[in-house]
Write a protein that binds this ligand. Structure first.
Ligand SMILES: [Zn+2]
Length: 124
């Protein structure tokens, strides 16, 4: 449940997780402090001192998510190769950045979702 970001409109109460993931917004104060690196969470929020590491604890599916994402991309790239038969350099030029970008965004999105979920559970 709640894994589909583009999903039903009944989740409008939650301010865009996508933009939160893109900008790395702290779930408590909304500062752009959630990520210390493109795909690595900060230890705590510089704005409000929220213990992000403690919230992240238990997010053990990150590896699985990355693997699935990589698998999908590899299959997609094989499909495109089969279909268009691009020169090798074109494949690398295209799939390199696409793979890196997707994995980073996937991780960011997943971690943001996880941290927000944990934050909400604790708030209750
Ligand atoms: Zn904060």
């Amino acid at each position: 449940m709640g894994t589909d970001p583009a999903g039903p409109n009944d989740q409008k109460g939650q301010p865009g997780l996508v933009s939160a993931a893109l900008s790395g917004l702290c779930p408590r104060c909304g500062a752009k402090t959630l990520f210390a690196a493109p795909a690595a969470l900060a230890a705590e929020c510089d704005g409000c001192g929220l213990d992000i590491m403690a919230l992240e604890r238990g997010g053990r599916f990150v590896g699985v998510v990355t693997m699935l994402l990589a698998l999908v991309l590899i299959l997609a790239s094989m499909g495109v190769d089969e279909w268009l038969r691009p020169p090798l350099w074109a494949s690398f030029l295209f799939w390199g950045p696409v793979t890196v970008g997707s994995v980073i965004f996937g991780l960011r999105f997943y971690k943001t979702m996880w941290v927000y979920h944990q934050y909400e559970e604790r708030a209750e």
